[in-house]
Design a protein around this ligand. Structure first.
Ligand code: C2E
Ligand code: CA
Ligand code: CA
Ligand code: CA
Length: 293
């Protein structure tokens, strides 16, 4: 799309004979070059696998123990360091690589989890919630693919969860809902991610078989100082609980926010207060050193 936009802009600039054509086109040219370079890098890095899975702990609001984690991808870039998803996920989606990347990450998570369980490094009910891209949910094979990963690593379905966002569902709501139901029947817990933001709304809850609601971190930011923000967060937690959903609050950064969420009845907490997403090695450290206080 960016390429098309650049062509169009150049065409217009030429047609209109603007003096600034040179300046204009070279800036766009640089942008296009950068994109082409990133795309090439992304493609070439798939087989060599420069992607890392980071883990962020999810805390039981009652006991304050680590009860699970969310897996979050990083690109271990050879010159630019460890890049967050915002730098490459959009591009990977656009050029159709995200399904491949996510599939590899899922297997990696299962392998890691299998190892942690064998060494008794995680509690028995510990689970990892994996983000799934929209494209993945249109593939009926997802159910089999998940089963294969779990079988390979000798894990029960309950060890992993899937976090769902995005707008695709609108198109094929019933097929997607069926697929997710099938996956959840296998024990894999489905969460609605980023709840309350544009893409994840009440319509989702009605149509999807989700058992967990993840309240987006934008709803936590002003809490507890801002009274309106606090009321909204409380109402969202109460609302979710009344639908028998398990509530995860993301983006908990302060002790006051944690206390507020616990008082409102949230089940699980996630955020920088406990830890940023970290490498699997650092996560092992967290597991062994975490003590609730
Ligand atoms: P998300 O699923 O909403 O993930 C939560 C994001 O919030 C993470 O950003 C995490 O680092 C950040 N976060 C967690 N706690 C706090 C906090 O207390 N304060 C603040 N300010 N931020 C917090 P990250 O890792 O950069 O991921 C961004 C997004 O990229 C994710 O949003 C998810 O949509 C996407 N993503 C990440 N990993 C994957 C993946 O493996 N596959 C796919 N398809 N998407 C992924
Ligand atoms: Ca997520
Ligand atoms: Ca989220
Ligand atoms: Ca998000």
């Amino acid at each position: 799309d960016m390429l098309k936009a650049a062509d169009l802009a150049m065409y217009r600039a030429k047609r209109d004979g603007k003096n600034n054509y040179h300046f204009f086109s070279s800036a766009l040219h640089a942008q296009v070059q950068e994109r082409i370079r990133l795309e090439k890098e992304l493609r070439s890095l798939i087989p060599t696998d420069h992607f890392l899975v980071y883990y962020q702990p999810i805390i039981d609001a009652k006991t304050l123990e680590i009860s699970g984690a969310e897996s979050l991808i990083r690109w271990d870039h050879p010159t630019r360091g460890v890049l967050p998803p915002s730098e490459f996920i959009g591009l990977a989606e656009e050029i159709g690589l995200i399904v491949e990347i996510d599939s590899r990450s899922r297997l990696k998570v299962c392998q890691q989890l299998s190892k942690w369980r064998k060494h008794n490094m995680v509690p028995p009910n510990f689970n990892v919630r994996i983000n799934v891209c929209a494209q993945m949910l249109t593939d009926e094979e997802l159910y089999n693919a998940i089963k294969i990963d779990l079988d390979k690593t000798e894990l029960p379905g309950s060890c992993i969860g899937l976090e769902i966002t995005e707008s695709i569902l609108i198109e094929n709501f019933s097929t997607t809902a069926e697929l997710l139901q099938q996956i959840q029947n296998y024990g894999v817990e489905i969460s609605v991610d980023d709840f309350g933001t544009g893409y994840s709304s009440m319509a989702y809850l009605k149509a999807l078989p989700a058992r967990t609601l993840k309240i987006d971190r934008t709803f936590v930011q002003g809490v507890p100082e801002n009274i309106d923000d606090s009321r909204i967060l409380r109402a969202m937690i109460v609302f979710g609980k009344s639908l028998n959903l398990k509530i995860v609050v993301e983006g908990v950064e302060t002790k006051e926010q944690a206390r507020f969420c616990r008082e409102c009845g949230a089940d699980l907490l996630q955020g920088y207060l406990f830890s940023k997403p970290v490498s699997s090695e650092a996560f092992e450290q967290l597991l062994s050193s975490h003590n609730p206080d």
